[in-house]
Ligand binder design. Structure first.
Ligand code: 13P
Length: 287
């Protein structure tokens, strides 16, 4: 059964660990991520960006795939289905489609508009028992073709958004989506501390979780990060395993071209990556 992420992240905040939020792309991704969470006995958030939602034939299809895989594969750990970086319209669509969590990303809007729209969506989510993530200060890097620069959120703005009754807050602390450049200076712990001081007991979300050194992620978790988003590292693991299969000529042996065989190493690589991340985030056996 799908659940809201509210209790998951609140428990993670109190217990000083983080919940992994893994982006989905298709059926293989869905099965692989949920398998990993079940094997690790960990709560998990599965999420789609608006682009991935479109790719997977719409939010209803995403919701149906996730709920059917939970049922058919005997998944018993808590699973939240979340919209990643939603527009106002996208959030409304996911609420209607039966998602249990949304992120409203109003970080690019004038601050007053971000506040007003977040407030409106908080009221709907409360009524439906859903969790809601808000964002202050755009996360850098590339997200669905939108490239931002590595920003740091203003703690005062974080405080004002956190006061709206959201379940978790994404705030830029020098993190970026995608592969980190060689010269990336690392997370801004001074900014994270200032945000934590401003927002109080509010679970924080670390976007761009791929490629940040494990110890740095764990330090961020100690400072209140309770949800870590991972997308690129699963994609890279899938691509590498698939490339190795083809480069070894395995698709040319027997029925090696059968997609059930061709995609199997990539799917297993996603499961391994998710299990590794769950270990790093400390959410194993917290289901
Ligand atoms: P990465 O692709 O860098 O892991 O970022 C994922 C993310 O933050 C999705 O919102």
């Amino acid at each position: 059964m799908l659940v809201s992420a509210k209790e998951m992240v609140a428990n993670a905040y109190a217990g000083h660990y983080a919940i992994g939020a893994f982006n989905l792309n298709n059926l293989e991704w869905t099965k692989s991520v949920l398998k990993a969470a079940q094997e690790m006995n960990s709560p998990v958030i599965v999420q789609v960006s608006e682009g991935a939602g479109k790719y997977m034939a719409g939010y209803k299809t995403v919701k149906d795939i996730v709920t059917d895989v939970i049922e058919s594969q005997g998944i018993t750990v808590p699973v939240a289905l979340h919209l990643d970086h939603g527009s106002y319209e996208g959030c409304k669509k996911c609420i209607d489609a039966g998602f249990t969590s949304i992120m409203f990303d109003g970080s690019h809007l004038p601050f007053e508009e971000n506040v007003a729209k977040t407030k409106e969506l908080v009221a709907i989510c409360n009524e439906k028992g859903m969790s809601i993530e808000a964002e202050v200060g755009a996360i850098g890097g590339e997200e669905d073709g939108v490239v931002g620069t590595g920003e740091c959120a203003d703690p005062e703005e974080c405080k004002n958004i956190a006061a709206l009754g959201i379940s978790m807050l994404a705030a830029g602390i020098g993190n970026i989506h995608g592969v980190y450049p060689e010269n990336w200076p690392g997370l801004r712990f001074d900014v994270l501390e200032a945000i934590k001081a401003a927002v109080g007991a509010m679970p924080l979300v670390l976007h761009g979780g791929s490629g940040i050194p494990d110890a740095m992620v764990q330090d961020a978790i100690k400072l209140g990060v309770s949800k870590v988003n991972v997308n690129t590292e699963c994609q890279l693991a899938f691509a590498k395993a698939t490339r190795e299969y083809i480069e070894a000529g395995k698709d040319l042996q027997g029925k090696g071209f059968d997609p059930r065989k061709l995609l199997a190493p990539g799917a297993a690589a996603i499961t391994d990556m998710v299990k590794y991340k769950i270990e790093v985030f400390g959410s194993a056996n917290k289901a």
